[in-house]
Design a protein around this ligand. Structure first.
Ligand code: GLA
Length: 734
């Protein structure tokens, strides 16, 4: 190294030291969060946005801000707003100290940044209360290339007696802008992920869940925040946020007196005060977000890439196609019916057959959803030769075998309930309230954790060759009361938090022993999906509603946060009026599977399914591991269009669907602009998934540059005769 380079590096080093005295810079490849200490040692948010090319420029951002109003100590942009002293906004942290003093002050003490390798860094900031010595650590994990940030905090009680945490956020962010739009989601069984977008006005908008186990049912822990008007696909400042927590959550969006936005994200503190003993540390859930100044498509590409690489179990691995018997048989099956389905799975080339609900319970046979949940012995009447015989039969046909369980739950009509009443979450002195005739087991109790782990483990001990598990959880928590917490003189308000921690302990053990088994996260449809759970699961079930038209909209919304490889998507008889081609084409935009009696299909339909499965396998690199582009919005257009492109940009697939048949003369006139291709590469286009003897209407001989397809577009010719069109786009190499 010459003297000039050495001098330059030295200058950089000293500049960094200088900067680091009162500035904290947290940067990804494109964006930065800048924090600065004020004269009272309070750490403030001074910047959130695109990176500066010169670090030194961050130093004086605060000089342009007008937060420190004369004579007012109040500060809107604290990095972790405490309560009870100078603060008058929604707090991130609220503590009742052991002497019953409700105030907390947090002074900046230090920060360190570590490079964790693999494109990930972790900045840890220490804040301390000067009187009570409560120590708060704020963690900022940055996934550099993906521009994804993961934030959480820990709170340590340094008093000699217990303190009570009344609010304990994961993250407290601050955005400066003129207006903010929020897209939030709501739903119910069968109508998950309904978006609603609105302007945030002054005051506080709260999104939360109090369902205990499966917040996604009514309101998933995800949102889209846009900073310049309503979020658009390819322009504008967008933040996608998601709380990685399978329980109650709460997001506060507070538009303050400066017209800026304070965001506080974390576990819901509703009925959940936490008593923290001396020297104990409380860890919050993790809040995950990505930011883009190039619109929401880029933001969701960031999130999807991140989740495949760092979060979803085997996110960059392969998946199995499934035939499930639930829609085909419900509880009404026997060995003969199942063997017939195994034959059908083999006939069309499915990887794994999944035996759904109804295979267990003897004293209280599981013939409907009122009985037997919790009694995990094979039902002798339905399957007299046990599971292993079925597994053998499946394997003989070259089909793998998977099974459904719902180990966290119990029917009151079950031996489990009779023998272990103290394991059940229920009020001891009141009437029980049920959701789908069942109750939730108390996972705050380590004995129950062992039981739930055992349900999974025993299946594998007793039956070799189980290759897939569907883990369901259909009930929310009613009657929130834990016999275990009461017995151990712990507050009932710990239940919601300890339930989720208990669940994760079980899932840790499952994954330690069974790292390779694909497990689907299910919950009466999309009732439970979040990045806390997905680290243990390979996929999730977005909704029991498999009507292909509805699924296009749901997939569109889920795709902001989750990648196609994780979204189980099955062909069923919901909306039987639509053709099998339409249903298969729609299911192919996610992780394809079937939940249908294949022998009721015509020979042509079966042949089509077989070919479509082969086509799907040939597209996996794009659909499972590539980038997804939302080309044409189903809410605004009669034709919806979605594209996947592999990482090398050599292969792509575009799915187009007719959503509405109004004004038929117009809807197929316009080309659709493709995205994500290499403008310089040459491509050819082939229409696949053609039904029986159908002849394509597109010209498959022509070649196009990537630029042409992205600038002028391509017309897939979707008409009422061609309601779904699948185009495979391949690079031509001469
Ligand atoms: C839930 C699931 C379904 C099926 C049933 C079985 O509703 O979402 O797919 O497994 O449970 O009871």
């Amino acid at each position: 190294m010459d003297i000039r380079s050495t001098l330059f590096l030295c200058c950089l080093f000293f500049l960094n030291i200088l900067l680091s005295q009162d500035l904290i810079i947290i940067e990804s490849s494109e964006y930065a969060i800048v924090l600065k200490k004020d004269s009272l040692k309070r750490l403030q948010h001074v910047y959130f946005g695109s990176k500066a090319s010169n670090l030194n420029e961050y130093r004086s951002i605060d000089k342009q801000l007008r937060f420190e109003v004369k004579d007012a100590a109040d500060l809107p942009n604290h990095v972790y707003t405490p309560s009870g002293t100078w603060n008058t906004s929604e707090p991130a942290l609220q503590i009742l100290h052991s002497d019953k003093n409700p105030s907390t002050e947090l002074e900046y003490k230090q920060h360190i940044k570590k490079n964790l390798g693999d494109g990930v860094s972790l900045s840890t900031i220490t804040l301390v209360d000067p009187i009570y010595k409560t120590e708060v650590l704020l963690f900022y994990k940055v996934y550099h290339e993906e521009n994804v940030f993961e934030q959480w905090s820990t709170i340590k009680n340094n008093e000699v007696q217990a303190i009570e945490l009344k609010k304990y956020a994961s993250a407290n962010l601050y955005f400066r802008n003129n207006d903010f739009f929020l897209t939030q989601y709501h739903g119910a069984w069968g109508s998950e992920m309904q978006p609603e977008t609105h302007l945030l006005t002054s005051g506080i908008k709260v999104l939360d869940s109090k369902l205990g186990t499966r917040s996604n049912l009514y309101a998933p822990p995800n949102f889209i925040l846009s900073l310049d008007g309503i979020a658009k696909e390819d322009t504008g400042k967008v933040l996608l946020g998601s709380l990685a927590w399978s329980g109650n959550y709460r997001f506060d969006f507070e538009k303050d007196r400066f017209n800026n936005l304070r965001l506080i994200a974390g576990a819901n503190n509703f009925a959940a005060e936490y008593k923290l003993g001396a020297n104990q540390i409380f860890e919050t859930p993790h809040f995950i977000y990505t930011y883009s100044e190039k619109g929401k498509n880029q933001a969701s590409i960031n999130m999807q890439r991140w989740s495949r690489k760092y979060r979803i179990h085997e996110g960059e691995g392969d998946r199995l196609t499934l035939l499930n018997n639930w829609e085909a048989t419900h509880f009404n099956f026997n060995e003969k019916k199942i063997v017939a389905l195994l034959d059908q799975a083999k006939e069309i080339g499915i990887d794994v057959f999944l035996l759904d609900d109804g295979w267990f319970g003897n004293k209280y046979p599981r013939n409907n959803d009122r009985n037997g949940l919790g009694d995990w012995e094979v039902n002798q009447n339905k399957l007299p030769n046990g599971l292993s015989n079925l597994i053998k039969k499946a394997n003989k046909r070259g089909v793998k075998f998977g099974i459904w369980i719902e180990p966290e739950m119990v029917n009151p009509k079950s031996e489990l309930y009779e023998n272990h009443l103290d394991w059940v979450i229920r009020q001891p002195n009141r009437k029980e309230y049920y959701y789908r005739n069942q109750l939730v087991l108390d996972l705050s109790n380590p004995e129950v954790q062992n039981h739930v782990f055992g349900v999974f483990d025993n299946l594998f001990i007793e039956n070799s060759n189980i290759s897939f598990v569907k883990w369901d959880a259909n009930s929310i928590i009613y009657n929130a009361y834990s016999e275990y917490l009461a017995r151990n003189k712990l507050p009932q308000s710990h239940l919601y938090y300890e339930y989720v921690k208990g669940l994760y302990k079980v899932l840790e053990r499952v994954r330690e022993k069974y790292p390779k088994i694909p497990i689907m996260l299910c919950s009466g449809g999309g009732g439970r999906v979040d990045y806390g759970a997905l680290q243990y699961f390979t996929e999730f079930w977005p909704s029991d509603n498999t009507n292909p038209l509805d699924r296009i909209f749901m997939h569109w919304e889920y795709s902001h946060f989750y990648p196609a490889i994780a979204m189980s998507s099955h062909v069923t008889n919901w909306n039987k009026e639509s053709s099998i081609k339409f249903r298969v084409d729609v299911a192919s935009i996610g992780k394809l599977g079937f939940d249908i009696e294949i022998d009721k299909l015509s020979e042509e339909e079966k042949e089509f399914c077989k070919q479509a499965l082969l086509n799907y396998k040939s597209l996996q690199k794009s659909i499972w591991h590539g980038d997804m582009y939302r080309l044409q919005d189903p809410y605004e257009n009669p034709i919806a269009s979605i594209q996947y492109v592999n990482q090398e940009k050599t292969s792509s697939v575009v799915f187009s669907f007719l959503i509405s048949q109004r004004f038929q003369t117009f809807y197929s006139n316009e080309p659709i602009l493709f995205k994500g291709l290499d403008p310089k590469k040459k491509y050819e286009i082939e229409e696949i998934n053609l039904f029986h003897r159908e002849i394509t209407e597109i010209n498959q001989e022509a070649t196009y540059s990537g630029e042409y397809l992205m600038k002028f577009g391509f017309n897939p010719i979707v008409t009422d005769k061609r309601k779904s069109v699948v185009l495979k786009i391949n690079e031509i190499t001469l």
